[in-house]
Design a protein around this ligand. Structure first.
Ligand code: AMP
Ligand code: ZN
Length: 116
């Protein structure tokens, strides 16, 4: 998937609308179109990276930033204490459907493990 065709790159540059809950110079966070929990936020880097499978050592700060931001959002929205789940689906067996690295932040109901 080229970056010009990538739907999440289009969300970053505003060509496709999204409901943003947070943004900064590194990432944006927006509500998932098809929520799997009462809160379902996606966090993506502004920079296009296909998947966790394609990250390099140089992405260490970006990866850390995504997780720290997910934890901030959980605290800000008030569900950190009850708990939440963070997921990075990777490649086909991992259930990845959009090939722009993203972190799912899910909350508002209990989750089972393993997730199936
Ligand atoms: P994954 O299956 O891990 O690749 O997750 C992709 C997620 O992107 C799914 O949960 C979709 O519901 C979500 N999604 C796809 N298109 C959009 C969109 N335009 N706006 C918000 N979420 C989207
Ligand atoms: Zn992209």
């Amino acid at each position: 998937m080229s970056e010009t065709q990538c739907i999440f790159c289009k969300i970053v540059d505003g060509q496709i609308p999204s409901t943003r809950v947070f943004e900064d110079e590194v990432c944006i966070a927006f509500n998932d179109l098809s929520p799997q929990a009462p809160t379902h936020v996606l966090l993506i880097p502004r920079e296009h990276v296909d998947s966790l499978d394609k990250v390099e050592r140089g992405h260490k700060d970006v990866l850390g930033h995504l997780l720290l931001t997910a934890a901030d959002i959980a605290r800000d929205k008030g569900f950190a204490e009850d708990g939440y789940r963070v997921v990075i689906n990777t490649n086909s067996d991992g259930g990845q459907t959009v090939f722009h690295l993203h972190v799912h932040l899910l909350a508002g109901r209990p989750f089972v493990f393993p997730p199936g």
